[in-house]
Design a protein around this ligand. Structure first.
Ligand SMILES: [Mn+2]
Length: 629
């Protein structure tokens, strides 16, 4: 009995000692939390009681950490709001696809917005989205003192529910002290709901302002109008049909100064003012990861491939390329460099934005502006990063629902960008788009002067230091093709033919048009086995972006959008004249009576599996086949 009591006392004593002295449990940590939690807000004089209360509740688990650089970092998650979101159920909640009925798919639903507004209208303006961030994001801390930001949302005839869901998601999922204001900039919409009703609605939201252009200005000048009115230290541009995800803002504002800390270790921690750090990295543009909100059912998901670098092909189409191993961090939640932004979603130090001249005001309506700002920031002393822990959903439209005044604005914009920023590389664009060569792109003196004044680097520098991996995916000069022209079957003497040059069309066997004295290309009998080792419609200089595709060892051969990733679009033209499909380990066969072209088990003796291209480049073919063996 005695011994037992003694032991109990010992255990109790140890527990008391632990409560008092162990660093991350018990009374000491409670005390520390209280002190750290209260001081900064009190010092800021916070924007009012409500904010302080949310602070108190959502930061119950907060512990500030002082890094070796002297910056106090904290957990910015609003756990209360996250709990509320997780508990929601109903139409589209948790980003689930809304089940569509036949009538929901009516064209009318898409006509005005390019996405299904009927479905959007049936989903709450406060709907929850799934927290699909990498697990490491949930543990990340960001500086306690972050710059605030103005959110700028330009719109033109946006749907009511899609616009308001954008605003609500921002207000619901941003720490109030980081949100200076939300500026809605109306580019001369004529929809009734965007007039008085919108302003009336926004009177309930003191942080939201509505500005309007006096005539149709286009996306670029509308964004500039918002930026000119912004008061926040940072400006964040969003599209008008977005949904911000959990804790999206602190990583955007925080990573700007957190990465690559300057060497200040010689200074005592107290001497390093956090704003000094921002000065170090204020020239970084940061982009959230853009998730996809389905334009039919509003389901929320990542983009194909999720984290990828932004790039372009030499026709200046925006492209995404994989992050090369050299740039991959061990931790996929860490920011990574991107040569080009996707477009409408990014944050930038307000002053730096204007030092860069904002956007070129000579850019019309839409298009090319993402290249202008991206090239400019990289070449003129800044940098650009994608932030995997910051996610924003975006509705990719089915089509652009409004008329773009003056159809050549995109061409003109791209020419301006090429002329001002791309130096001798512009030639690669003109080779592919010869119509740009003599197009008038307006006066560019101011832009060229800006480039001089900022002492910006060359495009060659950009290509070798920033986008060095781009030519592997999109070479400036197209490497020679291995074989092209008609593809004639040895057995039947008939040719492969494509009726419609669109995704989903079958490859058929027809009599060769050359024998009939007709023009082969208009009949879809001219095909190219090119450097990507896929087979495309068209001659080597003018291939269309549809490729031979097969899904199994017995499927028909069908055209599909070229993905350029080999896989099921990879072919080999072997010495025995077979067209071999490595993925299914089978060969292209044909049936002249049924006019079918299909996959089959390879049989070198079967004439129906032997094919002759009209022209071949023996050197290239040999190279392909040698690499394959
Ligand atoms: Mn958009």
């Amino acid at each position: 009995m005695r011994r037992k009591e003694k032991r109990l006392l010992q255990v109790a004593g140890l527990l008391v000692a632990a409560l008092l002295f162990l660093p991350n449990v018990g009374l000491w940590s409670l005390y520390r939390d209280r002190v750290f939690e209260n001081s900064p807000d009190a010092a800021d004089g916070g924007p009012g009681g409500a904010v302080l209360r949310t602070q108190g509740s959502n930061q119950a688990r907060k512990v500030a950490h002082v890094g070796p650089d002297g910056v106090r970092r904290t957990d910015w998650h609003d756990y209360e709001a996250m709990r509320r979101d997780a508990a929601r159920s109903g139409n589209g909640e948790q980003g689930k696809p809304f089940p569509l009925s036949e009538s929901d798919r009516a064209d009318q639903a898409y006509r005005e917005n390019g996405f299904n507004i009927y479905i959007s209208n049936q989903i709450s303006l406060n709907r929850s989205v799934p927290d699909i961030r990498h697990a490491n994001c949930k543990r990340k801390l960001y500086a306690e003192k972050l710059p605030n930001t103005s959110i700028i949302i330009p719109f033109h005839n946006e749907g009511w529910s899609s616009l308001l869901r954008t605003v609500h998601s921002v207000l619901n999922r941003s720490p109030p002290q980081l949100l200076a204001e939300v500026i809605l900039v109306d580019d001369f919409s004529d929809k009734e709901h965007l007039k008085g009703a919108l302003e009336e609605y926004m009177t309930r939201m003191p942080k939201v302002r509505v500005l309007r252009t006096r005539k149709r200005e286009g996306l670029i000048r509308t964004r500039l109008l918002g930026a000119a009115a912004a008061k926040g230290e940072v400006i964040t541009f969003l599209d008008s049909h977005c949904e911000a995800n959990a804790n999206w803002l602190p990583p955007l504002l925080g990573e700007r100064r957190q990465n690559r800390p300057p060497t200040t270790s010689a200074l005592p921690a107290s001497a390093v003012h956090p704003l000094d750090r921002i000065a170090q990295n204020r020239k970084t543009i940061v982009c959230p990861m853009i998730d996809v909100i389905d334009h039919d059912n509003f389901g929320y998901d990542t983009q194909a491939g999720d984290a990828m670098r932004g790039a372009f092909d030499w026709e200046m189409y925006y492209k995404r390329i994989p992050i090369p191993p050299e740039l991959q961090s061990d931790d996929p939640s860490e920011p990574f460099e991107s040569p080009v932004m996707a477009g409408g979603l990014f944050a930038i130090d307000r002053k730096w934005f204007w030092e860069l001249g904002g956007y070129d005001t000579g850019l019309e309506i839409w298009g090319g502006e993402q290249y202008e700002i991206s090239f400019k920031v990289w070449m003129c002393g800044g940098r650009m990063e994608d932030i995997p822990c910051s996610r924003v959903g975006h509705i990719y439209r089915k089509y652009v629902p409004y008329k773009v005044p003056g159809g050549i604005s995109l061409a003109k914009n791209l020419k301006r960008v090429a002329e001002v920023w791309m130096d001798e590389y512009g030639e690669y664009v003109y080779q592919r788009r010869p119509e740009y060569r003599h197009l008038s792109a307006g006066d560019m003196t101011a832009q060229k002067e800006l480039r001089n004044r900022l002492n910006c680097k060359t495009f060659k520098w950009f290509m070798s230091e920033v986008a060095w991996d781009l030519p592997k995916h999109y070479p400036m000069v197209e490497p020679p093709a291995a074989a092209w022209g008609e593809i004639r079957n040895v057995g039947s003497g008939m040719c492969m033919e494509i009726k419609h040059f669109v995704s989903g069309s079958p490859v058929r066997l027809e009599s060769c048009v050359k024998g009939r004295g007709e023009v082969a290309w208009s009949h879809g009998q001219v095909l190219t086995f090119g450097w990507r080792e896929d087979i495309r419609v068209g001659d080597p200089v003018h291939t269309r972006k549809v490729c031979f595709d097969a899904v199994s060892h017995s499927s028909p051969v069908t055209l599909y959008d070229c993905h350029g990733m080999r896989g099921n679009q990879l072919w080999r033209y072997r010495e025995d004249k077979s067209l071999y499909h490595p993925v299914s380990n089978s060969c292209i066969d044909s049936s002249p009576s049924e006019r079918r072209v299909f996959m089959n088990t390879c049989d070198a003796s079967s004439l129906s599996q032997q094919w002759m291209f009209e022209r071949t480049n023996a050197t290239v073919l040999e190279l392909f086949n040698r690499a394959a063996n």
